[in-house]
Every structure is written in C-alpha cells, then in structure tokens.
Unconditional design. Structure first.
Lengths: 170, 75
C-alpha cells in the first residue's frame, strides 16, 4: 500500500515478475492485481492496490485499497513510500501499523531523493517505528532483495511504543 | 493577515491556521495540517485547482477544498 504515484506497481512487478502497467501518473492503478512470489520455498500471494492518502477513502480507487486491506487481516503490508514525500507516506504507514498489521516500509525512489539532496536516517526511522525500513529503487530493482528478506521479519507494533520513542505527546 | 488558501497569490507563502473539520483527516494524509507552511505554486484558470508546495513537494487541491483552508500570510 502507499500514496498515489509512489511506485507500488513497480515494486509489485519486481516482486512477482508480473507486468502490471506502470506510468508516471498518479492513479494508474484503480483496481487491485494479485500476483505470486516464492519466499523460502513457499508460494505467497501479493496484492497490488490503488494508492490512497489515508484509510478514510474518498474515492472509488481508495475504497478498493482500504477494502482489500480490511479483508486481509493476516497479511504483511508492504508500505511503499516516496522518499521525497516522506511525511505523507509515513502518515499512511502509521495508520496501517495502528490497525495492527505487520508492516515493512519501502523507501522508494531513493535515487530521486538523493538527487534532491534529501537524506533519510533509515536506522533511526527503524528504531522509532520498530518495523523494517528498506531504501528501494523499484525501477532498477535496487533494494528489492532486502525488502523481500524483511517480509518474514516484521511483526505488529504497538502505536503507543512508537509515540514514546518519537517523544510525541498523546 | 488571514485569507483563504484559494485567495493566495502566486508565489505567496503562508501558514495554515484553520482547516474545515470535515476535511482535516483527509488533508492530513496529504501533509496539510495546521501549522505547516505552504507556498502557492500554480493557480489554474476557470475555477481550476491550485497547486501548493509544502516542504519540497507539491500538492494540487480542488478550489472547493482550498476555499475551506485558512492561512495566515505576511503583510
């Protein structure tokens, strides 16, 4: 899951070897796509959903994304975040963590962030959130292997713990 | 001076002061919250959407939404 136009389908294609249409426009994916990948000898199902800004849907495509999320309670969620638009990506990621899903965060478009002189402290982010955070460049495939290796490692995190670690007030 | 986000001029900067209650959670996901600094990047003609820049990314908003966001601008 992730905001519109962050490269969810690009990551999906990398994971499954599928050829879902990608384009440089938000809203390319309006319905979901299922694919499969092998993880430690087992075949697992991966679902590519439309982009959404939050779990409160405001259009049809967002509704699809939220519905798929709610229908797959025991899934691991790969949150794809545009590294150049970190804040709003994390907003959604934290909403998903808050609902009790195990999450892996892909900081996608890492190369573009670098070009824009945006530097993200991945380790610190991991420590605060308590979930794996992996820089990725989905179009070239960089970071995808590491992302896959983290799918098994994640577990649900108590949102209160994140607040404590972030030093925020409730 | 307070004005609606939709009334900001091209290039003008301001700090978000109030957001219509019904839009608050929806806009939060886009990074628009009370206290953030916005800069008007583009205004489309004929009641078209506006594009504002927050931090280093841009977001487009329908005029109807931009009407319901109050910003404090200098001067």
């Amino acid at each position: 899951m992730g905001n519109p136009n962050v490269g969810k389908s690009a990551v999906f294609n990398r994971l499954t070897g599928a050829k879902v249409i990608e384009s440089n426009y938000p809203g390319t994916t309006v319905d979901y796509t299922k694919g499969y990948m092998r993880l430690e000898g087992k075949e697992i199902e991966i679902i590519d959903v439309p982009g959404t800004f939050s779990l409160e849907p405001k259009d049809k495509a967002e509704e699809v994304a939220v519905k798929i999320l709610r229908e797959n309670k025991d899934s691991v969620i790969i949150c794809v975040v545009d590294s150049t638009k970190l804040e709003r990506g994390l907003y959604l990621a934290i909403e998903i963590i808050e609902e009790g899903y195990p999450v892996v965060i892909a900081l996608n478009m890492w190369d573009i962030a670098k070009d824009k002189n945006i530097w993200i402290d991945v380790e610190k982010l991991e420590n605060i959130l308590g979930v794996p955070v992996v820089p990725t460049i989905a179009v070239s495939g960089e970071g995808i292997k590491e992302l896959i290796s983290k799918i098994k490692e994640t577990s649900p995190v108590d949102i209160k713990k994140i607040l404590e670690r972030a030093g925020g007030k409730k | 001076m307070k004005k609606r986000l939709s009334e900001m001029d091209y290039g003008e900067e301001g700090v978000v002061k109030e957001i219509d209650e019904n839009l608050r959670s929806r806009l939060a996901g886009m990074g628009i919250r009370v206290g953030v600094k916005v800069r008007m990047a583009t205004k489309q003609p004929i009641n078209g959407p506006v594009v504002v820049t927050i931090d280093r990314y841009s977001i487009s908003l329908g005029l109807g939404i931009a009407d319901k966001i109050i910003v404090e601008v200098e001067g």
